[in-house]
Write a protein that binds this ligand. Structure first.
Ligand code: ADP
Ligand code: MG
Length: 212
């Protein structure tokens, strides 16, 4: 059983900002095909701002909920693109999901992932199959919950979430976008991976690295 404290969560966000920064150009290229080519910039700005905001916190004085709410606020303030409110809502919901906890156990990590996926769905009003980041986040959260219910370790839970996100992102190539900027392309969005689903894989991979 793992117990993740605020320092562990900060490590997770540091890993995400490094991974997103490294992936920035690819994400802009993907967004260039079916969107406006700024997704890598938006995500790098957002997670860079989160990293800086968390670095300024006294981690010993706060609980995971306060850290996650700080992440939500700094992401929202830094990002003007659609991914801004989507991830801000995700982190706000994850903050609410672990309210009152001093450290996070495996079940809390799963609850956090589920809250993130649900927050993105609610904020974007998108469902599975609409070629958005939901197509990576939703299966990832479900796979994490299933792995936890089957008694798996945190590493196995996060491996399962990552693999499901990868499959989900891959599947967006066969979808026609019906939400967000790329929906204007209609059938011309076919054959291309959704950039938000691609970055979700990167985020979840970095969460795995930071938490497991
Ligand atoms: P913008 O489209 O404003 O330039 P970004 O480029 O940062 O924003 O993000 C685009 C990604 O946001 C898309 O690839 C998609 O995954 C996600 N997205 C857009 N609209 C929605 C929505 N309504 N629900 C869920 N995800 C969405
Ligand atoms: Mg864009």
């Amino acid at each position: 059983m793992t117990a993740i404290d605020t320092a562990g969560l900060k490590t997770m966000f540091d890993e995400i900002s490094v991974a997103i920064e490294a992936d920035r150009d690819r994400l802009c290229q993907l967004d260039g095909v079916i969107g406006d080519a700024d997704h890598g910039i938006a995500m790098a700005l957002g997670f860079g701002a989160v990293r800086d905001a968390l670095a300024a916190l006294d981690l010993s004085a706060i609980e995971p909920t306060a850290l996650l709410n700080t992440a939500a606020k700094s992401f929202l303030n830094a990002v003007g693109a659609s991914s801004g409110p989507l991830y801000a809502t995700a982190f706000m919901r994850s903050a609410a999901a672990v309210k009152g906890k001093a450290v996070l156990e495996d079940a809390d990590v799963v609850a956090m992932l589920q809250a993130m996926a649900q927050g993105i769905r609610d904020r974007g009003k998108a469902d599975i199959g609409e070629k958005t980041m939901v197509d990576a986040w939703q299966p990832a959260a479900e796979a994490a919950a299933a792995a936890h219910a089957a008694g798996k370790t945190l590493t196995e839970i996060l491996d399962a979430a990552f693999a499901a996100a990868e499959r989900g992102a891959e599947a967006t190539k066969d979808m026609i976008a019906s939400k967000g900027r790329s929906s204007r392309l209609g059938e011309r969005s076919l054959g291309h991976m959704d950039p938000g689903a691609a970055s979700a894989v990167t985020v979840i991979g970095a969460m795995r690295k930071g938490l497991a």
